[in-house]
Design a protein around this ligand. Structure first.
Ligand code: CP
Ligand code: NVA
Length: 339
């Protein structure tokens, strides 16, 4: 398997064999880290992390991953560079490509990460755009594999805003890796029809199934994985909160929903999650909308506190796996000798 020099902007560009390979490499790196075995395979290289949006997990996973692999790291935050304000993406790509061995990008337009990838001349990794979040899917699938020993045939249900970056990317990942994927969401929040059709075509070869439904009971019954994400994503205007709560409060993941899932079901969330009033936003939403929509009155939105704190929840394993999987992506695309 040779992924050296490849970009990682969407899972659509990768075969199931390549994705399996990245997951296996992640397991190996996770094991090496746990056993204290040094793995500075990329010593002397440098990477730059470009963030137009905030991040905890993705930034830290790239930083710690790069440092563990022996690399130097530069972080450029939402206000820390000329990109976009005084310098085009294309020029930024050509400058950074001369200084660095790899570039991570988190931003708004998916076309921006594509442009970077087209002009940098070094691997570009997508750390989230409005459309896709592919490194998150690797972490999620590693977590599923660790829990169930496999990906093929797993009944994976995504509940909530199914047309955001997570809904899109999970559907693609499931189609590629042979999962039985169900998106449970109001029709207005289903992924674009063209992407659904494309995933169904991929699914024909992998044994995956892709189902979209508005029916919460049917869609979650017997699910082995119940997955959700925030109802309003980064970059969306604040004034969509009201309508989104109206659309999605029946889709909140609560204990009753988890009861309908399989006995051994796990709960997953890419995080950050709204499950209480211990965040500014959680408190604000509870105060503003709690009376009209009792489900959010305690700052619990896409998931209740009881579910995220339950033994079925694997959200923190999932968060840790961001680092092992991102490390695998960097190593596979930059390295040439890591057997
Ligand atoms: N899941 C995820 O991408 O988290 P951050 O926004 O903290 O990077
Ligand atoms: N859909 C979320 C994912 C965060 C990791 C967002 O884009 O804000």
């Amino acid at each position: 398997m040779n992924l050296k020099g490849r970009n990682f902007v969407t899972l659509l560009d990768f075969t199931p064999t390549e994705i399996h390979y990245l997951l296996t490499l992640s397991e190996k790196l996770k094991h090496e880290k746990a056993s204290g075995k040094p793995h500075r395979h990329l010593e002397g290289k440098n990477v730059v992390l470009l963030f137009q949006k905030d991040s905890t997990r993705t930034r830290c996973a790239f930083e710690v991953g790069a440092l563990d692999l022996g690399m130097g790291v530069t972080y450029l935050g939402p206000s820390g560079s000329q990109m976009g304000t005084k310098e085009s993406i294309k020029d930024t790509a050509r400058v950074l490509g001369r200084l660095y061995d790899g570039i991570e990008f988190r931003g708004y337009l998916h076309t921006d990460v594509e442009q970077l990838a087209a002009h940098a001349g070094v691997p570009v990794w997508n750390g989230l755009t409005d459309m896709y979040h592919p490194t998150q899917i690797l972490a999620d699938f590693l977590t599923v594999k660790e829990h169930f020993g496999k990906l093929e045939g797993i009944r994976f249900t995504y509940v909530g805003d199914a047309r955001n970056n997570m809904g899109n990317s999970l559907m693609i990942g499931a189609a590629k890796m042979g999962l039985n994927f169900t998106a449970v969401a109001p029709k207005d929040l289903w992924p674009e029809a063209a992407l659904v059709e494309h995933c169904k075509t991929i699914a024909k070869d992998t044994g995956a199934t892709i189902t979209l439904t508005e029916d919460v009971n049917k869609g979650t019954e017997g699910a082995q994985v119940v997955y959700t994400d925030v109802w309003v994503s980064m970059g969306e205007p604040k004034d969509v909160w009201h309508s989104r709560i109206k659309q999605l409060s029946d889709y909140q993941v609560d204990e009753a929903m988890m009861q309908r899932a399989a006995d051994d079901a796990i709960f997953m969330h890419c995080l950050p999650a709204f499950h209480g009033i211990d965040t500014e936003m959680g408190m604000q939403i509870a105060n503003e909308f709690g009376e009209e929509h009792p489900r959010v009155k305690n700052g619990e939105m896409e998931v209740t506190d009881a579910v995220i704190e339950s033994t079925q929840s694997v959200v923190f394993e999932e968060a840790e796996n961001r680092m092992h999987t991102i490390k695998a992506v960097m190593l596979a695309t930059l390295g040439d000798d890591y057997e």
